[in-house]
Design a protein around this ligand. Structure first.
Ligand SMILES: [Zn+2]
Ligand SMILES: [Zn+2]
Length: 218
């Protein structure tokens, strides 16, 4: 299987990790979670043909540059249908403006669903719906690399105190949809909150207390 080119930048006051994932042969690529600084991101991605701007979820710190980056690079914005709906609702807008103090994301151009696959050059990118941190949180699986957004961090999981979140739903998502993946799957989280920026599913299965204590021991 092709080995994707993976680059990351740390963006904004919430220090979101914005990723670029590219097919080495064709130069086709996606940007995951454009968290701000749209012009810098466009410059960063200038050597690639961006097929999609992807959101792991609709929280505004992960989607802040959606609109401006879309204008600059002419790529459609995609997020899970449940977050496209939630963040257009009054409840979702309040999470953005009152809890996170940022404007809600614009409506998506492409509404993703669980199990959907996107072709990016030679890369196959699969959408895994992992609700809990938000109703429409997803992880993106690309050739053994898992981009987990705020669902799974190195040594932790995403916060579930915000509107629309549920810790039990989040743990169920990890148990049913992530733990069945191979141990060597590389985890690329939405924030660098752990002792390393990336991890593996095998290591998280051994060391992440939310998995060891709340899922495997439950
Ligand atoms: Zn979030
Ligand atoms: Zn986040």
């Amino acid at each position: 299987m092709p080995t994707p080119v993976i680059k990351s930048l740390r963006i904004g006051e919430y220090e979101v990790l914005t990723y670029l994932v590219a097919c080495p042969r064709t130069g086709q690529a996606v940007i995951i979670d454009p968290a701000g600084e749209a012009r810098r991101l466009a410059q960063w991605a200038r050597d690639y043909e961006i097929k999609y701007i992807l959101n792991t979820h609709g929280h505004p710190d992960h989607t802040l540059a959606n609109a401006e980056l879309k204008e600059l690079i002419q790529a459609p914005v995609a997020m899970h249908q449940d977050d496209d709906d939630f963040f257009a609702s009054e409840e979702g807008k309040a999470v953005s403006t009152q809890e996170l103090h940022l404007p809600p994301p614009p409506r998506a151009d492409v509404r993703l669903s669980h199990g959907q696959a996107l072709q990016v050059g030679d890369l196959r990118l699969e959408v895994i719906h992992t609700p809990g941190h938000t109703p429409g949180s997803v992880c993106f699986l690309v050739e053994g690399n898992l981009f987990t957004g705020d669902t799974l961090f190195v040594g932790a999981v995403g916060r579930t105190d915000l509107g629309g979140a549920s810790l039990q739903t989040l743990l169920d998502s990890i148990e049913r949809r992530l733990l069945p993946l191979p141990d060597k799957t590389i985890i690329h989280p939405g924030h660098d909150y752990g002792d390393t920026p990336a991890s593996t599913l095998g290591r998280e299965r051994e060391e992440n207390p939310f998995i060891t204590d709340f899922i495997l021991d439950a």
